[in-house]
Design a protein. Sequence first.
Lengths: 346, 326
Amino acid sequence: MAKIEDRGAKSTTAAPGINDDIGEELRLRMYRMQVVLRESEQRAFDLFLQNLVKGTSHLSLGQEAVATGFAAAMKPGDLSFCTYRGHAHTLARGVPVERVLGELMQRDNGLMRGKGGSMHLTSAEHGVMGSYAIIGAHLPIACGAAWRAQYKGDKDVSVCFFGDGTCNIGAFHEALNFASVWKLPVIFVCENNLYMEYTPIGDVTAVEHPAADRAAAYGLPRIVIDGNDADVVYRTARDAYDKARAGAGPSLIECMTYRYSGHSRADPAKYRPEGELEKWKQRDPVVIYRERLRQFGIGDGVIRDIEADVRRQVDEATEKCKAAPMPPLDLLAADVYADGGFAWRN
Amino acid sequence: MAELTYRDAVARGISQEMARDPDVVFLGEDVAKAGGVFKATVGLYEQFGPKRVRDTPISEQAILGAAMGAAMTGLKPIAEIMFSDFFAVCFDYIANEFAKSRYMSNGQLKCPLVVRTGNGAGSRFGAQHSQSVENWCMMIPGLKVVAPSNPRDVIGLMAAAVRDPDPVIFFEHKSLYATKGEVPDGEIVDALGTAAIARRGKDATVLALALMVPRALAAAEKLQAEHGIDCEVVDVRSLVPLDTQTILGSVARTHRLFTVEENPRLCGWGAEIVSIVADEAFYDLDGPPVRITTPHIPLPAADILEDIALPTVERIVERVRRSMQA
C-alpha cells in the first residue's frame, strides 16, 4: 500500500466523538452516499453481465470516499467536472440513481436520454457540468468556469476530478499553471488508484506522487491524503473550498485510493500483483466508515436500515430503467446547434 | 464612412461587442498589453482593462478550455489562437469538446464562444505558420466557421459570431491585415451563413474565400478585359452554415462553376460545394466544375515557391480561360 501523507490540509484532526466538526447527521449522509455509490456501481456491473449496459463503462468501486467527501463539502451551485469514471461523482451530487443507470442502459430516462452514455454523464441542474472522456480535457474547462465566477464575483467553486494518469498529460500542466497565475477558485482532485489504465502509474511517472509531487512547480502546497477515509477527504475538501471562496486560489489534492475492478468493462485487471486487491479491501472505504459509525455509537439497526433502504432504491431504479423506452429516433440529429437541429446549410 | 485596415477592423469589431455586452471577455497570448503579434487588438486592453482583456501563458489548451468553461457558465469569450496552425495542439477542444458538448449533454450545455485566429499564407513563414486550415474545422459537426475577406465583414461577422449561441471559428487572413476598405460608421452586425456576391457577371461563377476573394476579383477584371469572359465572384464568407442558395442561384445564372481555394486540395471546402452543385444543379452546368487550389503540399518558406503554391491571379485567369474556351 502506498504511503499516506497529509501535509497542507490543516484542520484534518478531528475532535473525538461523533459531535465533532463533522457531526452525526453529515456522517450518516456520507455513509448513505458511499453505500449508494457502492450499490449503484455493483448494479452497473451486474447489468453489463446481463448485456443491459452497452458500450464501455468505468467503475469507481473502492473509490467511493473521494466522491462522497468532496460532494459533502460542496454548496449548491458549486460545479463538478468529472471524467469517464464519473458515475460516482455524478451520483454524489444528488442525481437520482435511475437517471444514471438509465443513461448507462442508453434509455430515454437517462440523464442525456442515451445521447452521451456512461462516459459523458452530465446534469447541469445538479452542478455536474459534464464528464470528459479525453484525459485531461476538463481541467482547463474547470478553470474557465472558475474564471467566470471570479469575473462575475460569484461565490461558486469548480472542482475537477481525474486519475493519476492525467498528471502526465499536457493539459494537466497547462491548467495548473493557468489556475495558479490567475488565482482561480478551482480545485484539482487526483484520485490516485495506482494504475493509469493497465500500467502501474509508478512505471511511467518521474515522481512518486504524480499530482502532489508536481504541486510545487505551480506554487501550490503538496497534499496527499487517505482517499479511502471519507472524513479525511471531507475535511481536506472543506479547507480547499474555504480557500477558493476566500479568493486564495486553487488547490491540488492527491487522494490515495484503489479501484476494485479493471480500468473498464473490458479489463479483468490481471496485471495486479497477487494479494494487492485483498490488501486494499482491508481498507475498504465503506467498511472503514461503518466501523467508525459503530465506534461513535451508531446502532447496527440504523446502519442496516440505511443499507436496506439504498438497496431498495437501487432495485427500484433498476426496474424503472428496464421498463423505460429506448430514445426516440428523432433525437439523432437534435441539439447539434443551439437552434435544436443540425442544419449546416440553407 | 471611413477607410479602415482589416487589422484595425478586428479591434473595432471586438471593441463594439465588448462595449455592448459586459459578459464579452477576450483572452490569448500577447493580446492585451502587446496588442497582439499582428497588432490586430491594439487598444482593447487600454479601453477595457486587465479584467476583460487578458494575456495568457503559451498554453493553447488552457486558452480554449478556459474559454469553453467560461462560455458554459455564462460568459461570451473571444479566444485568440495566434496562428491557426496551432489548432493542432489544442484540437481536442475544437473537435471533441465545445463542438460536441451540447449534443452529448442532450442540450444541457452550451458554448457560445469565438475562436479567432491568424490563418493563411503569404508571410514566408513556412509550413507551420502559413496554413489555411478552415477545412479542418468545416468538417466538425457543432462548429460554425467564417472567414471574412474585407474590413467591413470583419466587424459585421465578428458581431454575428459573438452574438451567436454556438461556437464559432473566426479565420482572419494574415495577408489581409494591412489591406484597407470602406467601413460605415456606427454599429455593424452581419449574419452568419450568408455569402456575398462581390462582382456580378453572367458567364461563370467563381467562388472564393478570404485572401482568394481579392485575387478572384482581380482575375475577373483581367478575364473581362483580355478575354471577354464575365465572371460572377461570390465571397463564400461562411463555410458553416453554408449559403448554398446564393451559390446555386449564381450557378443557375452562369452555368459554370470555379472554386478558388487556399487550402491544400484534398477535402478542401470547394470539394463539398462542387459535390452539392453536382448533386442539385447538374443540369444547370454547361461544363465540368473546376477547383483551383493550393496543391497537396506543405507550404514552403521561400517567396518564389510560396507564391506559386497558392492560386495566383494569373493561375485563376489561365484556368478559367482554358476551361471556358475548351
